[in-house]
Each structure stands twice: as structure tokens, then as C-alpha cells.
Ligand binder design. Structure first.
Ligand code: NAD
Length: 359
């Protein structure tokens, strides 16, 4: 019995998470695994119900589970709440910190049938397979935040970007180990020409590289990386970078896959790992059944792989996603002429049909 905490959250989170739960149930029925799901409130939904975006019951449930499935949180109606009650700062960041999820894995793989869905040219995209490792519990998102006035009475604000060598080394080590199971190339992304925290980042990675002589190490400034990702993405195998750079670069990298609705993620580090799509709550399409559930479904494939060591089951979900795309089914974010448009639930049903039928 695998115990899974299910936190749909806000916006499209409540539409995509049920589809991923359905996929897990289909896999369970097929292979004889039992998954138990306990749902809890998080984000704006929790604030509306109980006045806090991360209630104690939710955090405790996550800690007592074998894995956490999160949809997305946030929305315009919560943007002006006091800082500690905003969904992202009051729930997402503490959840990551409390569960010690320092390593965020975002595999950016291109399903061949989606080449035409991307805004980039086919010859640039063919063969793209990148794993981005984003540091998730340090850096500017967690640094001290201040608001005040300068001597002239003009409003000012600051956010502190701080990293210790320990935080850098553990994510870099994670990246090296991951690279050993792939094409053995690491690109460490920083802004060492300007930022002191990046200079420490580069020093630590350079030192660690000596322990991994079988892995090729390169360093790249983040501005160059954002350009190289769309100029020649095939040059990358594993990218390792700090929290904010990873956040921004992976939204960009999602366009290599055709849509941000295709990019899954796993957050690992402590005893319980958390799985969620890389995108947000998409308030612009929430409630319209337009959301692509595939990033969330691919996130539960990562759950099967990393939390439960069920590799065959994980691969089956990835194959089902590939097959559904090959058969021409598309949610609106991926729509191309001649393809069959399906809504969120229909896409989830197609995946389950394949998971149940494939031999
Ligand atoms: P977003 O990722 O929610 O949406 C960006 C664009 O991508 C939108 O046009 C949206 O419609 C589209 N999109 C996203 N996911 C999609 C999917 N599955 N299928 C089809 N289209 C999809 O980013 P945003 O608009 O900048 O942020 C909206 C809210 O989400 C904000 O409150 C933000 O803070 C929050 N957010 C939460 C998380 C999280 O929960 N981990 C991550 C990022 C943003």
C-alpha cells in the first residue's frame, strides 16, 4: 500500500490532479499495487477555507505519506494578501523547506509527435533530452525580504540571495550522480561575472568536478544559457542551477516540449518527495476544461520511478503519453491542424484506456 497525499490546490490544479490519480489507479489495477489517496487543502483554497495557505493538517499529512502529489497554487485574488498568507510564500516555499526538498528535477524531453507543436524549428528540436536540476530550498526566494523607505522617504525593497557551500555541493552532487546515468555532461549555470553567490557556486562545482572525472563539466552564464536553450538545446544533457535561474530557465525550456503543460517535476531531498507539474495554476484557463493534464500525469510517472522504485510502471505511463500523442489527441495548448482536440478529462481517459489495454 502506497500512501499518497493529494493536494490539488488552486485554478487548474483541481482539474489536472484527478486525471493523474486516475492514471495511478489504472497502473495499480494493472500491476496489483494499491495506492491510497488522502486529499488536503493547500494554497488559496486552504486560505479560503481555514485562513492559512498551509494548514498544519496538510503539512502533517504530507510528512506521514509516502509521496505528495501537488497540482498548482496561487491566483490573482490572493496577490494582495499579507506576505505570509500568499499561497506561494505561505505554502509552496514552507512545504519545500519542511520536507527538505532541495533537488527539483525537471526532465525536458520531446515527444516526437509534438515537434510541430513547438514554436521552434524541427532541426533545432530533434533529439532534445535535457534534465534540469534546480536548487529548491535556498537562494533569493528564501532570503530575507525587506520593505522600507530610504533617507529621502522613497519606498525601497530588497531580497537577499544567499547560498552556503553545503547547499551548493549537495545539489551539484545530485546532478553529477544523475549525469552518470545519462550522457555524462553537466552544465552549471550561474552569473559568476556579477554575483558573489554565483562565484561561490562556481568554485564549489569546480571543486566537486574533480570527484567526477568521467563527467564533462562546463559553466555558463544564465543569460547565455537562456539564449543557448533556444539556439542549440541539443548541446545540453544535465543543467544544474540555483533556485530562481532554474525557475525561469525551465519555463523557457518547456517550450522545447511544445507546451508548459508537458513539463513534469519531482522535488526530492528528504524522506518524502513531492511531484507536481512545472506550471502554475493558469487562472486564465481555469474552469474551462482546457488544461493539459500530461505534465501532472508525467509527474506521477516520476513518483513511481523515484519514490516507489516502480520503473516498469513509470515507463508504461510515459509510453501511454507517447501513444496518445501519436494517435493525434491534443489539448488546446498543443492544437495543430488535423489533430483531435480533447478536454482535460478526455485526455486523462485516453491515457487510462491505454494503460488498461496495452500488453
Ligand atoms: P502559469 O504557469 O499558471 O501559466 C502561464 C501560461 O501557461 C498561461 O497562459 C496558462 O494558461 C498556460 N498553462 C499553464 N499550465 C497549463 C496547462 N497545464 N495546460 C495548458 N496551458 C497551461 O503561470 P502564471 O500565469 O505566471 O501564474 C499563475 C499563478 O500560478 C500565479 O499565482 C503564480 O504565482 C502561480 N504559480 C504557481 C506555481 C506552483 O504552484 N508550483 C508555479 C508557477 C506559478
Amino acid at each position: 500500500m502506497y500512501k499518497i497525499a493529494v493536494l490539488p490546490g488552486d485554478g487548474i490544479g483541481t482539474e489536472i490532479v484527478p486525471e493523474a490519480v486516475k492514471a495511478l489507479n489504472a497502473v495499480g489495477a494493472r500491476f496489483g499495487h494499491e495506492f491510497s489517496f488522502t486529499q488536503a487543502l493547500v494554497g488559496g483554497a486552504a486560505y479560503d477555507a481555514v485562513g492559512h495557505p498551509l494548514p498544519d493538517e496538510t503539512l502533517n499529512l504530507c510528512k506521514e505519506s509516502d509521496a505528495v502529489l501537488l497540482g498548482a497554487i496561487g491566483g490573482p485574488q490572493y496577490e494582495n494578501l499579507p506576505v505570509h498568507l500568499r499561497p506561494e510564500i505561505g505554502a509552496l516555499l514552507p512545504l519545500r523547506k519542511e520536507l527538505a526538498l532541495y533537488a527539483n528535477l525537471r526532465p525536458c524531453m520531446l515527444f516526437p509527435d509534438l515537434i510541430q507543436a513547438s514554436t521552434l524549428k524541427e532541426e533545432v528540436l530533434r533529439g532534445v533530452d535535457i534534465l534540469v536540476l534546480r536548487e529548491l530550498t535556498g537562494g533569493i526566494y528564501f532570503g530575507e525580504k525587506k520593505r522600507g523607505f530610504n533617507a529621502e522617504g522613497i519606498p525601497e525593497a530588497s531580497d537577499l540571495l544567499k547560498y552556503s557551500s553545503i547547499e551548493i555541493e549537495r545539489i551539484a552532487r545530485f546532478a553529477y550522480e544523475a549525469a552518470r546515468g545519462r550522457r555524462k555532461r553537466i552544465c552549471s549555470v550561474d552569473k559568476a561575472n556579477v554575483l558573489e553567490s554565483s562565484r561561490l557556486w562556481r568554485e564549489v562545482v569546480t571543486g566537486l568536478a574533480k570527484e567526477y572525472p568521467d563527467v564533462e563539466t562546463t559553466h555558463m552564464y544564465v543569460d547565455n544559457c537562456s539564449m543557448q536553450l533556444i539556439r542549440n538545446p541539443r548541446q545540453f544533457d544535465v543543467i544544474v542551477t540555483e533556485n530562481m535561474f532554474g525557475d525561469i530557465l525551465t519555463d523557457e525550456a518547456s517550450m522545447l516540449t511544445g507546451s508548459i503543460g508537458m513539463l513534469p517535476s519531482a522535488s526530492i531531498g528528504g524522506e518524502v518527495a513531492l511531484y507536481e507539474p512545472a506550471h502554475g495554476s493558469a487562472p486564465d484557463i481555469a474552469g474551462q476544461k482546457k488544461a493539459n493534464p500530461l505534465a501532472t500525469i508525467l509527474s506521477v510517472a516520476m513518483m513511481l520511478r523515484y519514490s516507489f522504485r516502480l520503473e516498469k510502471e513509470a515507463k508504461l505511463i510515459e509510453q501511454a503519453v507517447n501513444q496518445v500523442l501519436t494517435e493525434g489527441y491534443r489539448t488546446p495548448d498543443l492544437q495543430e491542424p488535423g489533430k483531435k482536440t480533447v478536454n482535460t478529462e478526455e485526455m486523462g481517459n485516453k491515457i487510462c484506456e491505454i494503460l488498461t489495454a496495452v500488453r
